[in-house]
Design a protein around this ligand. Structure first.
Ligand SMILES: [Zn+2]
Length: 551
């Protein structure tokens, strides 16, 4: 640089310097990038200027570099930049707390389960020993385990281990005593397995497992904070900058707010409140939460259960269980009354509905409250099985279907058995649903499915699992294009949570949430290549959150 300066005539140097000082100073310049703005048009850019966490200019390299200067310049060397990813339906706190449970998925024997528990919990300070994911069908002796060894290893600490399907747990004696299940004779809707002498083996099925789980004390705020911080690290490493929590108590929403205030949590959160009477009153009182990082303006309802356990409410009986049509979890009158109150307060409604009967009832109730086209952004979560007569009700009343592409590729192995040939054609119909409003927000429902947005992209675009099954895709006519899959995890997800003024695309005036990646996902020749794509860096409010600057 010294040599170069010597040969530049003084006049030219003066002009250069004056230009430099005429430029507007900003906190960060991002340059030399292939920026996919996902603003709804096909806008691309090479550089952006960021100040106080906001995008103040975005466009061609020379335009931005001529107009702005900064001490901090992020030259990404031709890498691709996308808006920060949004998971439109997930469970942040549940995911975070699960991280502290020992992962037992893939264990090959009961001995391996015990070894893992001892490794992870001997030194831990929490009283409860939790694990999840065991499956006795994978073990050399494929029989339900017995609590004997757990009692020996952890005589004074309660141990609860969830089976992989979530329908059974194994508990030790201490856990059963603490929760009152030890002395229970029978439990409604469930079973306590017993040894020949009548004492419990520790295996609790359905209702029995639920009654034990319901009596486990809430984790402390301290435990939750540690869990959320751990979760944040993993999420931003995947390019996620906003996640949803579809169903929280207000004390937990308030905890998230305080973590945002203290700076411990950088991740943006869209929180939906559980629809209890006290939550409704408190939300109406304080107007929910609406900070740049926390949006809590919605209530989450459940109309039915899930297809796997035949809890989803269907119009006609299950194909593999004659006479059974699943279960509705709401009285329609109560539900509608709650919807009217929510509507009057300007809040958003989101309702879990999986079976075609549940979806129909939700759409009908929404329509009675909302009428025709509107901008309230009420949502149907999952919207998995839809009767053809009901499809256009989404468009008619501007109701947003919120779907999870990896549910389709997780369920496809058995969903046809539940639904039969006709109905399976109308299930997981994401392209039909997209056509209703010209958009469809995508999520994962993590921790139910993998949090990884690359898997959502793959499932949405290829309708295959990671092993390319089925060869021709599961109802490939319902696939989304690569661009739509990215919009579903960005702009469309922001529309579904009424955060599109802040995030969802890279545009002037929006927060500078973005990820730097080594490939342009939309241009991949084979969608399966997405699994090898790297998230190089993630920024929230123009600040690098991944890789962490302070580890
Ligand atoms: Zn969910």
């Amino acid at each position: 640089m010294k040599i170069a300066l010597r040969v530049i005539p003084f006049a030219v140097l003066a002009v250069l310097l004056s230009c430099h000082w005429a430029k507007e100073p900003v906190d960060l310049l991002v340059r030399n990038a292939h920026i996919i703005c996902l603003d709804g048009g096909g806008t691309q850019a090479q550089a952006m200027a960021i100040h106080k966490g906001e995008i103040v200019a975005i466009g061609k390299e020379y335009e931005i570099l001529n107009a702005f200067r900064s001490e901090a310049v992020e030259d990404v060397q031709g890498a691709t930049i996308y808006p920060g990813l949004i998971d439109a339906h997930s469970h942040l706190l549940g995911y975070a707390l699960n991280l502290s449970q020992t992962d037992l998925v893939g264990t090959m024997s009961w001995e391996e389960v015990l070894e893992k528990l001892v490794d992870e919990h001997t030194a831990s300070t929490s009283l409860w020993v939790r694990g999840r994911g065991w499956d006795q069908n994978d073990w050399a002796i494929p029989e339900f385990p017995d609590r004997r060894e757990l009692d020996r290893l952890f005589p004074n600490r309660p141990v609860v281990l969830h089976r992989i399907d979530g329908h059974a747990v194994l508990a030790n004696r201490c856990a059963m005593e603490k929760t009152g299940v030890w002395n229970a004779q029978a439990v409604r809707g469930g079973e306590i397995l017993r040894r020949a002498d009548g004492t419990p083996t520790g295996v609790l099925i359905d209702g029995a497992a639920d009654s034990l789980l319901a009596r486990i004390p809430e984790p402390s705020a301290q435990t939750k904070v540690a869990a959320l911080r751990r979760a944040q690290k993993l999420l931003v490493a995947l390019g996620l900058t906003t996640v949803t929590d579809a169903g929280l108590e207000l004390s937990d929403i308030s905890l998230l707010d305080s973590l945002h205030q203290s700076g411990d949590l950088k991740l943006r959160v869209v929180a939906m409140a559980n629809p209890s009477e006290s939550n409704f009153l408190a939300m109406a009182n304080r107007g929910g939460w609406d900070t740049p990082r926390l949006k809590a303006q919605a209530f989450k309802f459940y109309m039915d259960g899930a297809l796997g356990s035949r809890g989803a409410a269907l119009l006609e009986a299950y194909d593999d269980r004659p006479g059974h049509r699943g279960t509705l979890l709401q009285s329609i009158e109560d539900y509608e009354a709650q919807l009217r109150r929510i509507h009057a307060s300007g809040f958003q409604a989101a309702t879990h509905a999986i079976g075609d009967s549940a979806v129909r009832l939700v759409l009908q109730a929404y329509k009675r409250v909302l009428g025709g086209p509107n901008d309230h952004r009420w949502r149907v979560e999952h919207a998995q099985v839809i009767h053809p007569d009901d499809l256009n009700r989404f468009g008619e009343s501007s109701i947003i279907p919120s779907v999870q592409p990896t549910h389709a590729t997780s369920d496809m192995y058995w969903a046809g058995t539940r639904l039969g040939r006709g109905r399976i054609r109308r299930a997981y119909a994401y392209a039909d649903l997209r056509d209703e409003l010209g958009m469809i927000p995508l999520g994962t429902d993590f921790p139910v499915e993998d949090v990884d947005p690359r898997k959502t992209f793959l499932a949405a675009v290829s309708r295959q699992d990671v092993n390319r099954f089925p060869e021709k895709g599961f109802h490939l006519d319902q696939a989304l294009s690569p661009r739509e899959a990215m919009l579903g995890m960005t702009l469309w997800a922001s529309l579904a949570s009424r955060t599109e003024d802040l995030v969802g695309s890279l545009e002037v005036g929006k927060r500078a949430d973005f990820l730097v990646t080594n490939r342009d996902w939309i241009k991949l020749a084979d969608p399966h290549e997405v699994l090898d794509v790297e998230i190089v860096k993630t920024f929230i409010d123009g600040l690098q959150v991944f890789p962490p600057l302070i580890p």
